[in-house]
Design a protein around this ligand. Sequence first.
Ligand code: HEC
Length: 126
Amino acid sequence: MQRSAFSILFFLLIVLTACAGETFDTTFAYQPEDLINTGENVYLENCSRCHQLDGEGFLRIYPNLVGNPLVTLHDPVPIIETVLNGQGTMPGFRNTLTHEQTAAVISYIRNAWGNEASVVFPKQTR
Ligand code: HEC
């Protein structure tokens, strides 16, 4: 009886340690505001020549990112894939941007110009 109680405590300790590690990686190492701020510069340098500074692009040539359902989708995977692999005439940024820069620029466009969606952390853009 005592032994199984000890096992349960030990198991809980392992789970708690794992959770703490996870929280550290996403919450303390990268603050959402820092990702968004860094992302603004990445956007200016890599995306604004097509999608424009205001995110509105050019009608029928470069898609508008403002209020765009793909950009603010709850699941960030489709937008991560678009930025990494490119789409149509848009180049992929897999070899141009670091994981941090990719996460930052996506966090930025998900929260710029009135868009509101969760930020993306670098471990999601690997
Ligand atoms: C050379 C011009 C160009 C650059 C630079 C560019 N894009 Fe694009 N982007 C496009 C075009 C064109 C499309 C539409 C592709 C298609 O569907 O044919 C697109 C599509 C997208 C989409 C999907 C929109 C939708 O509704 O499907 C996102 C998100 C996006 N771009 C983000 C970015 C980000 C972030 C960057 C910078 C890291 C960037 N783009 C750089 C031209 C560009």
